[in-house]
Design a protein around this ligand. Structure first.
Ligand code: FE2
Length: 206
């Protein structure tokens, strides 16, 4: 089916409503069988769609693939592509990349987060935490593809509703960088000292 999009002059463009939520995130797997087992059996997320093609529709690149979708309770999905002959991904240049880059799945209470830890560990999955971040409460683990996952629950409604303080923190961050450039101070040191002063949880891992 072809959809004809309305032609709009750029000067008439109006930003649509904020996106409603997460449709899907997509990652590469080299083992769909292990991925299906992990997401369906361990996380309880049903395999709700599979799409195969011999080329990538958006670019036309001739890469054959199997594309799988696993659904969460709210309808959002985590998706994977397995493509034959795809070489291993490049190695991260710093271990922090694999910590910072993760997917957080929402649970309804700290007790449920704790129950996930018990369940995952009983199935041989290494679990880090729980970690009490004061605004959220989380455990961390990896899927068979090396993707870091988090199961978390909010401890405060402010966790995603603190726009004023977030803007202030952003302004401070930019000011520290600007000052470092203007004074010739070492940027990394200046930012590290700033984060040390601002840290809300000096003894806990991220
Ligand atoms: Fe997180």
């Amino acid at each position: 089916m072809t959809t004809t999009l309305p032609q709009t002059d750029a000067s008439d463009a109006i930003r649509p409503a904020v996106p409603a939520g997460l449709s899907h995130v997509a990652y590469v797997t080299h083992d769909t069988a292990a991925t299906v087992d992990f997401y369906r059996r361990l996380l309880g997320m049903e395999l709700v769609n599979a799409v195969l093609d011999d080329k990538i529709p958006s670019t036309g690149d001739p890469v054959p693939y199997f594309h799988s979708f696993f659904r969460m309770a709210d309808g959002s999905t985590i998706a994977f592509f397995e493509a034959p002959d795809l070489p291993p991904a490049a190695v991260d240049t710093h271990p922090a990349y694999n910590v910072f880059r993760h997917i957080a799945l929402q649970a309804d209470s700290p007790a449920t987060v704790d129950a996930w830890k018990v369940w995952l560990e009983s199935n041989g999955v290494d679990v880090l935490g729980p970690v009490d971040h004061k605004i959220i409460y989380s455990v961390y683990f990896h899927d068979p593809n090396g993707i870091r996952l988090e199961i978390t629950t909010p401890l405060s409604p402010a966790w995603n509703d603190s726009a004023a303080s977030a803007q202030a923190a952003f302004d401070d961050w930019q000011a520290i960088k600007r000052t470092a450039v203007e004074t010739g101070a070492d940027m990394v040191t200046a930012l590290a000292e700033h984060t040390r002063r601002q840290s809300h949880q000096r003894t806990e891992p991220s």
